[in-house]
Design a protein around this ligand. Structure first.
Ligand SMILES: [Cu+2]
Length: 326
């Protein structure tokens, strides 16, 4: 609830009880600052505009001495420029402030060693494949270490939202989206879907568990492991079963197609002279529409292979595991 004392004390931008949920991620403070900027800017103009309106209503009201409206002033170029320039300037301030925060939730610091989690949204639940191979209905991460979530959806658009992290990212069918942050406070936080996705949208929730130390995380990762196929296992299996290995080696030697060893994160040269970075969306495109980008030195020989989302995620995990160059 909005409490007037909090508002007046400016604690809109402060963490703590009352107005905003706890801040539990590296980007939370920046998001709150942008929010506060927008809030106070709007509050200022609300007061100015309503104040002037009231003033003018009183001052220019109809009186016996002034029965009809006065003539309106003519066009004023100075005034037009003045009230166009100021909003424009404010929009640039908002743009600069929010871009800074936005980049912090999309770009990893160079050299960061993130905990990668593959998130799959579907009607109406979440699934989290963790880097160690464990899949879970809960998101588990370690405090203080950067997290990279890669989101996919198997049906419609969903959106992953964790209020305490101040993070929200759409999961879109047919492509991968990313979100980057560092959890700062151990605890258990709610995960919600914030894109209306059908009948049970309102129950599409999960939890994010931020472990206080490696031991606690490892204990969770070890428990009940082994039942289900990990993404990496899916990838290795699909690579054989779908015949990818006939054209692609995993040891760096070229075949009909390039080896998939060491390509993750690489800038790939294409036949048209352009450069493409090998990330999850590039790999998806390479498999679904192989003709879209042709690797330089190779021919357009790859047949499109109909893989489902989980199989593509598996191939991505496999290629990531072969990251180190030959
Ligand atoms: Cu949803």
């Amino acid at each position: 609830m909005i409490r007037l004392p909090d508002l007046l004390a400016g604690s809109l931008i402060a963490a703590g009880p009352g107005y905003m949920p706890e801040r539990a991620s590296s980007v939370a403070e920046g998001v709150d600052q942008v929010f506060a900027l927008l809030f106070w800017m709007s509050a200022f103009f609300l007061v100015v505009i309503i104040g002037l309106t009231v003033l003018f209503v009183i001052r220019y009201r109809a009186r016996a001495s002034r029965p009809g409206p006065e003539a309106s002033p003519d066009h004023s170029t100075k005034l037009e420029i003045f009230w166009t320039a100021i909003p424009l300037l404010l929009v640039f301030v908002i743009f600069a402030a929010s871009t800074k925060v936005y980049l912090a939730m999309t770009e990893l610091e160079p050299g960061a060693n993130p905990q990668r989690v593959q998130v799959t949204a579907r009607k109406w639940s979440w699934w989290f494949d963790h880097a160690g191979g464990k899949g879970s209905k809960e998101l588990h991460v370690l405090v203080g270490r950067p997290v990279e979530l890669v989101l996919a959806s198997t049906d419609v658009v969903h959106s992953l939202y964790v209020p305490q992290f101040r993070l929200k990212q759409d999961a879109v069918p047919g492509r991968f989206t990313r979100m980057v942050f560092t959890p700062t406070v151990p605890g258990t936080y709610p995960i919600l879907c914030t894109e209306y996705c059908g009948t049970n949208h309102s129950t599409m929730s999960a939890v994010a568990v931020v472990h206080p130390d490696q031991a606690s995380f490892d204990a969770w990762a070890a428990e009940g492991k082994g039942g289900e196929e990990s993404l990496l296992q899916v990838g290795v299996r699909v690579f054989e079963e779908k015949g990818c290995s006939a054209c692609h080696s995993v040891d760096g030697s070229p075949g009909v197609g390039p080896s998939i060893k060491g390509i993750w994160g690489k800038d790939e040269k294409l036949t048209d002279g352009k450069i493409a970075k090998v990330d999850e969306n590039y790999i998806r495109e390479s498999i679904v529409t192989p003709g879209a980008k042709i690797v330089a030195g190779f021919d357009d020989m790859m047949p499109p292979v109909p893989l489902d989302d989980r199989e593509i995620q598996g191939i991505v995990a496999y290629i990531q595991s072969l990251k180190e160059g030959p």
